[in-house]
Design a binder for this molecule. Structure first.
Ligand SMILES: C[S@@+](CC[C@H](N)C(=O)[O-])C[C@H]1O[C@@H](n2cnc3c(N)ncnc32)[C@H](O)[C@@H]1O
Length: 285
């Protein structure tokens, strides 16, 4: 019988647990049982493309250490990872970065460069929103130091969309008209493309954040990580954050999603005063 006519196989509870364990071990993403039907539909769609008839055979294939298995895993992650995002998704947090940079400029405390990481950047809207406010600050101050945003995600398809930098009209709704005028151009098909001067500043790179300790210890000014840690267990959130601290410059800023981290403290990090933004500054040495 053709695949499309077959009824979807049902994941047994044991299979759900087995897949959930694999997903969490490899990505940190924790599934809850209520997501079983959704997981089934994502997986059967991949299994259909891949030609696997049942979950166990697919599991055996994907557990292998071959290139083919790794490629298929990457395609499955593209389907399973929640990539919901938008420009200025939490405007207060992005504006907080603007104020932070503005103060540095005002106090002449800027180093040679200004580097930002956008972790779990999905399709790039967050990274481009950050690029807009940074560019605004430098244009206003009429200075042009180097700045760059490294946008990282585990989903290859999300990264590819980010690199393209093209978004439908609906997806740019949160960009204010004056920002859109400066930083987006309308394409012939009615979509919007981020202007080159911002795209040139954003570098998209495949990263699995659960291995944050293996990220280069390069010392950046701002680490922006929202709506990613929420999928992880609490100990893993803390572990990732501790690793990120070591990658911040003294005085560097860490911004997470409001309420995403409740029980984390670090001797070198000071929570900042704003109730609407969850941010921490690394102590100056
Ligand atoms: C809900 S989106 C958040 C996007 C953006 N930060 C925002 O707040 O709008 C979460 C992103 O985290 C990515 N992600 C999930 N697990 C990851 C991991 N272990 N390492 C890197 N990225 C991961 C997903 O692929 C997805 O694009």
């Amino acid at each position: 019988m053709a695949w499309s006519l077959r009824t979807l196989p049902t994941l047994t509870e044991d299979q759900f647990l087995q897949w959930g364990k694999l997903l969490e071990e490899r990505t940190g993403i924790q599934l809850v049982f209520q997501q079983k039907a959704w997981l089934e539909s994502q997986m059967t769609s991949r299994m259909r493309d891949h030609g696997n008839e049942d979950y166990d055979a697919y599991f055996d294939f994907i557990s292998k250490e071959t290139i083919e298995a790794k490629l298929e895993w990457s395609r499955l992650i593209d389907r399973i990872a929640v990539k919901e995002t938008s420009f200025f998704r939490h405007r207060e947090s992005i504006e907080y970065v603007r104020n932070y940079l503005q103060q540095k400029i005002n106090n002449q405390a800027l180093n040679n460069s200004f580097d930002i990481w956008s972790l779990g950047c999905a399709t790039g809207e967050e990274a481009y929103s950050l690029a807009m406010v940074v560019n605004d600050c430098f244009e206003l101050a009429a200075i042009s130091p180097y700045y760059g945003i490294t946008a990282m995600d585990i989903s290859s398809s999300a990264l590819a969309a980010g690199r393209k930098g093209r978004y439908s009209k609906r997806r740019v709704e949160q960009v204010k008209p004056d920002e859109a005028q400066r930083y987006l151009q309308v394409c012939t098909d009615g979509s919007y493309e981020v202007v080159n001067k911002l795209r040139d500043r954003v570098c998209f790179t495949h990263t699995n954040i659960i291995h944050a300790r293996q990220l280069p210890v390069v010392q950046v000014d701002v680490i922006f990580c929202q709506n990613l840690l929420v999928y992880f267990r609490r100990w893993l959130r803390r572990d990732v954050l501790n690793a990120l601290v070591e990658r911040l410059k003294p005085g560097g800023l860490l911004v997470v999603g409001l309420g995403e981290v409740v029980d984390w403290e670090h001797p070198e990090m000071q929570r900042t005063g704003d109730d609407h933004v969850q941010a921490y500054v690394r102590e100056e040495r």
